[in-house]
Write a protein that binds this ligand. Structure first.
Ligand code: NAD
Length: 298
């Protein structure tokens, strides 16, 4: 892998994190967003990340300033991608938006540029033709708070070239990620393929009043040695995010999901209980009951 110039398209929540982490590890980064307002917001987010890296990673001011200087900002796509060895697409999770983006990108990107999508739920094969270079296209999926939750899922689609796959794996390691190769397309990658059924099962036990959420969490923690139970995880993910996912499943005709969505809305969202971020979800924060020393025994 001899990538030097990386373009990050979309400077929202995840794009700003990917851009800063990549620059922090020494790469030259071009950030592209759809208009000046998008760029201004992205720049602000990246400035905040400088402080967060100093706090969480004990980075020095010189290090974060140097990283910031490696980043340039563009509203013109052809300029942003001119030198790119790799472009990481981090635009909104909407098929039409991504399709339009890849169609435009394919017309202006140099032939050498590899494209990677950070999409959480859309499979790369959906866009591979629009990229005009299916063999140089794959998924590179990061987690929120990339500097702490440093996993990168690298996923092929059926036409991805093996060498490109290996190069992107090497790149992910070079920017400090734990690189997780995925050989075939899988909705939800690895983590959500495991996590979503667990969270669903936990919610089903609670909604059927089989056990309360503390007991379900205790059972999971003691039985598997995990640090958190499913309801603590739901609070971290955020109940609104969970509600949106369950609701969209319900809207496809799944009655159980529709019932669960309504329940999450009336019991939690309508009462301002959205999880850790709002101070209350299944547990109360900043000192949730699962941190109590006697949580497991009482
Ligand atoms: P976001 O809404 O915070 O950011 C999207 C950015 O893209 C905005 O800055 C917006 O101005 C810009 N944008 C809109 N249209 C564009 C276009 N045509 N070209 C370039 N930029 C455009 O979204 P996000 O949460 O950062 O999510 C982006 C992608 O990352 C999605 O595919 C999502 O599934 C994925 N993702 C998000 C998370 C997360 O926790 N937020 C985690 C993993 C993956």
């Amino acid at each position: 892998m001899n990538y030097k110039h990386i373009t990050v398209a979309g400077s929202g929540v995840l794009g700003s994190q990917i851009a800063f982490q990549t620059a922090y590890k020494g790469f030259m980064v071009s950030v592209y967003d759809i208009n000046q307002q998008g760029i201004d917001l992205g720049k602000e987010r990246i400035k905040q990340l400088k402080l967060i890296y100093m706090q969480d990673l004990k980075a020095s001011k010189e290090e974060v300033d140097r990283a910031f200087k490696r980043i340039s900002f563009y509203v013109e796509l052809s300029e942003a991608v001119k030198q790119a060895d790799l472009l990481i697409e981090v635009v909104p999770e909407q098929v039409a938006v991504k399709m339009d983006f890849y169609t435009k990108l394919s017309k202006v990107a140099p032939g050498k540029t590899v494209f990677a999508t950070n999409s959480s739920t859309l499979l790369p094969s959906k866009f591979s033709e629009a990229t005009g270079r299916p063999e140089k296209f794959l998924a590179l999926h990061f987690a929120n708070q990339i500097w702490l939750n440093n996993t990168a899922e690298i996923m092929k689609h059926s036409k991805t070239d093996q060498r490109i796959f290996e190069d992107v794996l090497a790149f992910a390691k070079a920017i400090g990620m734990i690189a997780l190769p995925i050989y075939k397309e899988q909705a939800g990658y690895i983590l959500n393929s495991l996590l979503v059924p667990l969270l669903n099962a936990a919610l089903t036990l609670k909604i059927k009043e089989i056990a309360d959420h503390q007991t379900i969490d205790k059972s999971w923690i003691v039985g598997t040695g995990a640090a958190y139970g499913p309801f603590a995880i739901l609070d971290i993910v955020g109940i609104r995010t969970v509600y949106n996912i369950v609701l969209s499943r319900g809207e496809t005709g799944d009655e159980k999901s529709m019932y669960l969505a309504q329940w999450l809305k009336t019991e939690y969202l309508d009462k301002g209980k959205e999880g850790k971020e709002t101070g209350e979800g299944f547990y109360k924060y900043p000192n949730p009951a699962f941190w109590d020393s006697d949580f497991l025994t009482k």
